[in-house]
Each structure stands twice: as structure tokens, then as C-alpha cells.
Write a protein that binds this ligand. Structure first.
Ligand SMILES: O=C(CO)COP(=O)(O)O
Length: 250
């Protein structure tokens, strides 16, 4: 059985003060067992959040990182820097980074390998655009992205990888994928992993759905066989909504 995982992706929202308020509100919530809980905050808020979330079940994630440990890369953050402040997860290859910040399948692979090397758990994002979906290319796109991201990942490392299937047309649009459609594509992703690593190993990998997930619709996704949780933007920004998602993922 795979443990469900709900991760909030705050994107470019929340100052340090706002992140601390979220952590205070988390402490007012009853603990929920059996669901892994992660918030992926902006870099500036990570250190304060690491402190503020101590004693809670909410783990800390970043939204990006560089693949080198250090060097002349102005404006970048390394895996060592994230580890030092207690970050456990890192989102890699979010479609917004692929679209606006030149993230490629190759850089996604380098970052995935670097995260694993340093004991960070990558949440690797894959997903098709509306144009690709309408052209019937969804399976082809997610296959290519998944194969590329996992190049040179070892079977031992695979268990630490989380995949997030986020169809681009469903992100921030309120137009969520149907649970059945999301499950169908996630099953394809799992079969691509199985081709490389074998079915047994592929069955251990958590694959989330992301794209307009809300407390009201998460149950439908979780009822599907291959969906193991959600990567959530807008609805992860308040502790009430985040915990409603976590409870809905049980
Ligand atoms: O991009 C997303 C999470 O990474 C999804 O964002 P929304 O939940 O706001 O649609």
C-alpha cells in the first residue's frame, strides 16, 4: 500500500510573516495520521517555516533548486542549502518553470538526480498542454517527460521519487481533469516506470494528481486506483483548506 501524500505548492505567495501565520494555524488543527503532508514554500520563508512547523506532521518542501552543490550560478539555490535548513522535498520541473524559466527535460533529470543524491525527495512534475491533449498526444508527452526525468535514477532511489501529473490546462483554471481521465494518464505513467524498473517497483511509487484540486473534489481522485495524493496550489494557502485536503486524502 502506498501512503497518500498531499503537497501544497504555494508558488510565489506568502511572506515570512504570512508563512508563520500558516504554521500557527497548523498547530490548531488535529493531527491526521496516514497521510504525508508537505508544504512547498518560497525560498525566503523556508528557514522560518522549518522552525515554526517543528512538532507538527507537516514536512517542508522547496519549489525548485539548482543541480550543482555550489558555484558561480547567480540567483540559484543548491541542494545543500535546502538540506541545511531541514527541507525534505523539492518540486522539480513544474510546468510554470518549464514554461517561463527554461526548465527542460534535461535539467529536470539533473535536478532529480541531484535531489536524490542529497537525500531530498523530488516531486517531479509532468503533464500535457491543452494543445497536446487535443492533438491526442497526452500519453506520448507524459511518457517522454517521465522517461527523461528518471534517466539514471537507480532502483534504490526510485522509492524516494514522487511524480505529480499536472495537466497544464487544469492548473489554476478551475477546470480540473475528471478523476477517471487523471487516473488513466497516471496509470500510463506507472506503466512507463514499470518498463524501466519492473512492476513491483513501479507499484511503490507515489503519483499525485495536480490541477484545481480542492477539498470538495479530492475524494474523487483518491478513490481512483493509481492516484496517491495531490499537488495543490490555490487551495493549499490556508491551514483550514490544506487540512481539509489532507483529511480528504485518507
Ligand atoms: O500547479 C499546481 C500545483 O503545483 C496546481 O495549482 P492549482 O491547485 O492552483 O490549480
Amino acid at each position: 500500500m502506498r501512503t497518500p501524500i498531499v503537497a501544497g505548492n504555494w508558488k510565489m505567495f506568502k511572506t515570512i510573516a504570512e508563512a508563520k501565520q500558516f504554521a500557527e494555524a497548523v498547530k490548531q488543527q488535529d493531527a491526521v495520521a496516514g497521510v504525508e503532508q508537505v508544504v512547498c514554500a518560497p525560498f525566503t520563508a523556508l528557514a522560518a517555516l522549518a522552525e515554526a512547523l517543528k512538532g507538527t506532521d507537516v514536512a517542508l518542501g522547496a519549489q525548485n533548486m539548482h543541480f550543482e552543490e555550489q558555484g558561480a550560478f547567480t540567483g540559484e539555490i543548491s541542494p545543500l542549502m535546502l538540506k541545511e535548513i531541514g527541507v525534505r522535498y523539492v518540486i522539480i520541473g513544474h510546468s510554470e518553470r518549464r514554461q517561463y524559466f527554461n526548465e527542460t527535460d534535461e535539467s529536470v533529470n539533473k535536478k532529480t538526480l541531484a535531489a536524490l543524491k542529497h537525500g531530498l525527495r523530488p516531486i517531479v512534475c509532468v503533464g500535457e498542454s491543452l494543445e497536446e491533449r487535443e492533438a491526442g498526444k497526452t500519453a506520448e508527452v507524459v511518457r517522454k517527460q517521465t522517461e527523461a526525468a528518471l534517466t539514471d535514477v537507480t532502483p534504490d532511489q526510485l522509492a524516494d521519487v514522487v511524480i505529480a501529473y499536472e495537466p497544464i490546462w487544469a492548473i489554476g483554471t478551475g477546470k480540473s481533469s475528471t478523476a477517471a481521465d487523471a487516473n488513466e494518464t497516471i496509470a500510463i505513467i506507472r506503466s512507463v516506470i514499470a518498463e524501466r524498473f519492473g512492476q513491483q517497483e513501479a507499484d511503490k511509487v507515489r503519483i499525485q494528481y495536480g490541477g484545481s484540486v480542492k477539498p470538495e473534489n479530492i475524494g474523487g481522485y483518491m478513490a481512483e486506483k493509481d492516484i496517491d495524493g495531490a499537488l495543490v496550489g490555490g487551495a493549499s494557502l490556508t491551514a483550514d483548506s490544506f487540512f481539509a485536503l489532507v483529511k480528504g486524502a485518507k
